[in-house]
Design a protein. Structure first.
Ligand SMILES: Cc1cc2nc3c(=O)[nH]c(=O)nc-3n(C[C@H](O)[C@H](O)[C@H](O)COP(=O)(O)OP(=O)(O)OC[C@H]3O[C@@H](n4cnc5c(N)ncnc54)[C@H](O)[C@@H]3O)c2cc1C
Length: 494
C-alpha cells in the first residue's frame, strides 16, 4: 500500500521538524517519520516523578538572535520562544590547586569580562597582556578571515602565536571540546571563534518547558499546516530509481514522494538507508571520511532540596581537554586528572521543571562517540567522584543518582551506527577542518530529490541544536526551489 506526499522527512530531530514545518507552511504535503516513540531526537524530553527536562545537559539559546529566534519568527510563533535566564557558574582548577568559581549573571555585561577569568588563571601582568591580545584578535576576526580559518585548526591558529600562557591554551583546547564538541586538534578555528563571539556578545538561556516544548511548538505548526508526523515508524530504505528518489519503505509500508529529506545523519543515510551502490565511489569515500563529533556521558541527580544555586555549571582545568591521544588513553581507562564537567539545573530556569522543594541536576563529561566504548561506566564513576569533591555540601541531599547514559543510548535514540566507532556522536558530524563552514557537507545529495537536514549538513556555525535548527531553516528553501523546478520540468504538455 503506498501513500503519496510532496516531501517525506526521515527523522523528527530539531533539524527535521523545523524543515518539515517550514515546508508545510509553504503549502507542501509533508510527512515526518521517526523511529522513536516520541519526537525530538537527541532533544526528546523526559518526565520522571514530576521532574522534567532533557536526558543530558542542554542549554545555550541566545535570546535576541540566532537560528531559534529566526525559526520561531519564520514559523509565526516568535512569542512562544520564551527563553529563561539564570546565572552560570564557570569553575576552574589549576593543576594541584583549588576550584575557583566565577559567576556570570545572564544579561549583565561585566566591565572587563576577562578580569575574573585571568584572576582564576592566576596570570601575571605579561601573561594578561598576551592573553588579552589573543582574545581580542579572535573577537575582531572579519568574515573574510573567518572564511580562511575554516581551513585552520584551533591548534594551528594557536601555534601562530608566541608565548601563549598555558591556561589560555588550555581554555581554547577545552572549548574546542565543550562548544564545538570536537577533538581539540581537528576543530576549525572559524567555528570556535564564531561560537565564542556569539556567547560573549549575547544573553543565552534555557527554554521555558525545556527543549521538548520547543519541538512540540514546531510540530504544532507542521500539523496546523496539514503536515503529518508518525512515530514508531523506522525507515528501512530510502527508495531510489534511476538516480532519483521515489519514496521510503518502513517494515510494513511504502510511502511515495519525489523528495526525501533525511535527518537520520549523513553516514547512515548514504551507507545504509540509500546504499553505497547508488552513489559514486568518490562520494562514498568522502562520506566515510567525515569525522564524528565527540560523545557525551551523562547522569542525573535528584536532590531532596534545592542545593544547586546556578542554572549552568561548567568545570574545567587547563589540562582537562580531549585530543586523539587522550581519547585513546581513555579507552584504556586512563582519564585526565580533572574532567571537563557540564551540568544544567532546568528548574533553576523554569521552576515548573521540578516538584516544589526539589531539584534535578543533569551532568556529565565528553567522551568517545563509539556506542561500544567500554570506559563509559568508569568515566561516569569519575564524574560522581569529581562532583563529590566539588560540591561536598550538596552530597547529603542526593536522593537518587540515575539516568546514566552514554554513546550507546545516544545512538539508539538518534543515528544508527554504520561504521566502527560511530553512532553515539553527541551533536552529529564534527565541525572539523574540511567539514565545516564553507566546507560543511552540502544539504543536496548527488541523488535527485534527496536532501540532508540536521546538525550534519546545510547549517551554519554555533552549538549542536543551533546547527540543527539553522540547517532546517536553510534546507527548507532549497527543497522548495527543487520542488518548483521539478514541477516546471514535469509539467504535463498541452
Ligand atoms: C549529551 C548531549 C548533550 C548536548 N548538549 C547540547 C547543548 O548543551 N546545547 C546544544 O545546543 N546542543 C546540545 N546537544 C546537541 C544537540 O542535541 C544536537 O546537535 C541536535 O539536537 C541534533 O539535531 P538533529 O536535527 O541533527 O537530529 P537528531 O536529534 O539526531 O535526530 C535525528 C532523528 O532521526 C531519527 N531517525 C534516525 N534514523 C531513522 C530512521 N531510519 N527512520 C526514522 N527515523 C530515524 C531519530 O529517531 C531522531 O529522532 C547535545 C547532545 C547530546 C547527545
Amino acid at each position: 500500500m503506498a501513500d503519496r506526499h510532496d516531501v517525506i522527512v526521515v527523522g523528527a530531530g530539531l533539524g527535521g521538524v523545523v524543515c518539515g514545518a517550514l515546508l508545510a507552511k509553504s503549502g507542501l504535503k509533508v510527512l515526518v517519520l521517526d523511529k522513536n516513540n516520541r519526537v525530538g531526537g537527541k532533544q526528546m524530553g523526559i518526565s520522571v516523578r514530576g521532574f522534567k527536562g532533557e536526558m543530558w545537559p542542554t542549554y545555550g539559546i541566545p535570546v535576541e538572535l540566532g537560528p531559534f529566534v529566526d525559526a520561531f519568527r519564520q514559523l509565526g510563533i516568535e512569542s512562544k520562544l520564551n527563553i529563561m535566564l539564570k546565572t552560570q557558574a564557570l569553575m576552574y582548577r589549576r593543576p594541584g590547586g583549588e576550584w575557583v568559581t566565577m559567576v556570570n549573571v545572564a544579561g549583565k555585561q561585566e566591565k572587563d569580562p576577562t578580569e575574573n577569568m585571568f584572576n582564576s588563571w592566576q596570570l601575571d601582568a605579561k601573561e594578561r597582556e598576551v592573553s588579552l591580545g589573543v582574545l581580542a584578535e579572535m573577537a575582531l576576526l572579519t568574515p573574510e578571515q573567518l572564511y580562511e580559518l575554516d581551513d585552520v585548526s584551533v591548534q594551528q591558529w594557536l601555534a601562530q602565536h608566541e608565548n601563549i600562557p598555558r591556561p589560555l591554551r588550555g581554555f581554547f583546547a577545552v572549548h574546542a571540546n565543550l562548544m564545538s564538541t570536537g577533538i581539540y586538534e581537528l576543530v576549525a578555528m572559524s567555528e570556535l571563534a564564531r561560537i565564542m563571539v556569539i556567547f560573549g556578545s549575547s544573553t543565552t538561556g534555557y527554554p521555558k518547558g525545556g527543549y521538548a516544548r520547543l519541538v512540540e511548538d514546531i510540530v504544532g505548526v507542521l500539523k496546523a499546516n496539514g503536515g503529518e508526523v508518525r512515530t514508531n515508524a523506522r525507515v528501512e530504505r530510502i527508495l531510489v530509481d534511476d538516480g532519483s528518489v521515489t519514496g521510503v519503505a518502513t517494515k510494513d509500508r511504502v510511502y511515495k514522494a519525489p523528495i526525501v529529506v533525511s535527518n537520520a545523519g549523513v553516514h547512515p543515510t548514504v551507507l545504509k538507508l540509500v546504499g553505497e551502490e547508488h552513489f559514486d565511489k568518490g562520494y562514498v569515500n568522502y562520506v566515510k571520511d567525515i569525522v564524528p563529533s565527540l560523545g557525551f556521558a551523562s547522569q542525573r541527580y535528584i536532590f531532596s532540596k534545592p542545593v544547586m544555586e546556578h542554572g549552568v555549571y561548567i568545570g574545567t582545568s587547563e589540562d582537562s581537554f580531549l585530543d586523539s591521544e587522550r581519547l585513546e588513553k581513555m579507552a584504556e581507562g586512563k582519564f585526565p586528572e580533572v574532567l571537563s564537567f557540564y551540568g544544567v539545573v532546568p528548574s533553576n530556569f523554569d521552576p515548573d521543571m521540578a516538584p516544589p522543594g526539589k531539584q534535578m541536576l543533569v551532568l556529565g563529561t565528553w567522551c568517545s562517540p563509539d556506542p561500544k566504548a567500554k570506559e563509559i561506566k568508569a568515566l561516569q564513576k569519575k564524574v560522581d567522584q569529581q562532583f563529590e569533591e566539588m560540591f561536598p555540601e550538596a552530597v547529603p541531599y542526593i536522593e537518587s543518582r540515575e539516568g546514566y547514559m552514554g554513546p550507546a543510548q545516544v545512538a539508539t535514540l538518534s543515528r544508527d551506527p554504520v561504521l566502527p566507532g560511530l553512532g553515539g556522536e553527541a551533536v552529529g558530524l564534527a565541525v572539523t577542518v574540511g567539514y565545516c563552514g564553507k566546507n560543511k557537507p552540502l544539504a543536496k545529495s548527488p541523488i535527485s530529490g534527496l536532501f540532508y537536514v540536521g546538525h550534519d549538513a546545510g547549517g551554519r556555525a554555533f552549538l549542536g541544536t543551533h546547527q540543527a535548527v539553522s540547517s532546517g531553516l536553510m534546507v527548507a528553501p532549497l527543497v522548495q526551489k527543487y520542488f518548483i523546478e521539478r514541477k516546471a520540468v514535469h509539467r504535463p504538455q498541452p
